[in-house]
Design a protein around this ligand. Structure first.
Ligand code: ATP
Length: 265
């Protein structure tokens, strides 16, 4: 679904040039959930922006669904750290926004889109809140609305840049469970950036570890814990902790890092 071949990104600034990414080779399969982790500045957001078509790589190529990425695509959605809802619009009309921007190009009639918006709001537990304004909702609820808005175009690919980082721990756990459920139901391909190693492990089919200056792929780790996973369950907690420990060591650049399948669980 997503293919990056030999991707490099150099930014030219006033202080000289910065190599944000170098030699990135990554293939994300359709329906796969990949998380990106790495220290601040290792190029995670840059990688998402390249896949989204918001940036053109300095070298290498980026493909989505077998086509070179030349700009933003309708079937690729981007979700940010903050929900960025329009404050004067109701929950329902915020969720409907992408359809209005498309002016119905997606093929459904307005009533059908409205039904879809209600369905999505129900999926994230917001039925009954359709007429509320964003400021009447908690941060977690606002981010759920933003999630519904991202899903309105039935994206093939969802790019998520630390979408839960501004939330409290419990809401964050709940939303990561919901996102797994949505992913299993809709089989959307997801690339998700996070600073939380545990969150990366709980969500991912594979975790990509990036190292900084220049941003390179240090390792790709398969996570084979059965879904749905939750940090609220002891069994998952132990497995997640074992893999997280190793990822932590990888990120700290410790020399003696055992492969995940040798880590006692
Ligand atoms: N538009 C830009 N112009 C110049 N330099 C940039 C630009 N965008 C990113 N960079 C640089 O590229 C590098 C990677 O930035 P990026 O935001 O992708 O890192 P990140 O891993 O997402 O960081 P964080 O975890 O702090 O969000 C950094 O050194 C950053 O300063």
């Amino acid at each position: 679904m997503i293919r990056l071949n030999g991707v490099g990104q150099v930014f030219d600034g006033r202080e000289g040039s910065v190599t944000a990414l170098e030699e990135i080779d990554l293939h994300v399969r359709g329906g796969e959930f990949v998380t990106l982790i790495g220290r601040s500045g290792c190029g995670k957001s840059t990688l998402l922006r390249l896949i989204a078509g918001l940036l053109v790589p300095t070298s290498g190529s980026v493909q989505v669904a077998g086509e070179p990425v030349t700009g933003p695509r309708r079937d690729v959605s981007f979700m940010f750290q903050r929900p960025a809802l329009l404050p004067w619009r109701s929950v329902l009309s915020n969720v409907m926004l992408p359809v209005e921007i498309d002016k119905g190009r997606g093929g459904r009639g307005k009533a059908e889109y409205r039904d879809r918006a209600h369905q999505l709001l129900e999926l994230v537990g917001l039925q009954g809140f359709e007429r509320r304004l964003p400021h009447e909702l908690s941060g977690g609820m606002q981010q759920r609305v933003s999630l519904c808005r991202s899903l309105m175009r039935d994206p093939q690919v969802m790019l998520m840049d630390e979408p839960f980082s501004a939330l409290d721990a419990l809401t964050r756990t709940e939303l990561s469970e919901e996102l797994q459920r949505i992913k299993m139901e809709l089989s959307t391909t997801i690339v998700f950036v996070t600073h939380s190693i545990e969150e990366a492990v709980v969500l991912a089919d594979r975790v990509v570890v990036l190292t900084p200056r220049p941003g390179r792929m240090r390792e790709v780790v398969d996570i084979d814990i059965p879904r749905p996973r939750s940090l609220g369950q002891d069994a998952h907690l132990t497995e997640v902790a074992a893999i997280s420990g190793r990822l932590h060591a990888l990120l700290s650049e410790k020399a003696d890092v055992r492969p995940v399948d040798e880590v006692p669980r």
